[in-house]
Design a binder for this molecule. Structure first.
Ligand code: CO
Length: 134
């Protein structure tokens, strides 16, 4: 059902420092930071030949990544995002298999303007999974 790995998201306490690491040490193609107030994060996109890394910094005091950064003060892998062709069908298949869809169970418009849903990390080896329709 899942297709390409769309991105790996890494939550970081200091976005400027993280962006500099990827740009200067790893020599990656790194975007300018973009605030996403609807999602409570500022994002830097790292474009790789075969996928993307998203560096997520907290935006505002109710950021959804604040708890993660408290538990992981140096930052860490926050979620993986896989592509699907039909998110409604994927949602039905996943729920029928017993996977827990976070929130109200309905796809939402994600950080890239496309429908996404998130799956409970306890159902996927301790990793938060994002599914995005492309
Ligand atoms: Co994501």
């Amino acid at each position: 059902m899942i297709g390409r790995l769309n991105h790996v998201a890494i939550a970081v306490p200091d976005l400027a420092q993280a962006a500099a690491r990827y740009r200067e040490v790893l020599g990656a193609d790194v975007s300018e930071p973009m605030d996403q107030p609807d999602h409570g994060v500022t994002v830097v996109f790292v474009t790789l030949p075969n996928s993307k890394i998203e560096l997520l910094g907290p935006l505002g005091k109710d950021s959804p990544i604040a708890g993660f950064l408290q538990r992981n003060p140096a930052g860490g892998v926050h979620h993986l995002c896989f592509e699907v062709a039909d998110i409604a069908a994927a949602c039905d298949t996943l729920q029928a298999a017993g996977a827990r869809v976070l929130g109200d169970g309905e796809p939402k418009i994600g950080a890239h303007g496309k429908p996404v849903l998130f799956l409970h990390p306890k159902d996927f080896c301790g990793t938060l999974i994002e599914i995005e329709q492309v």
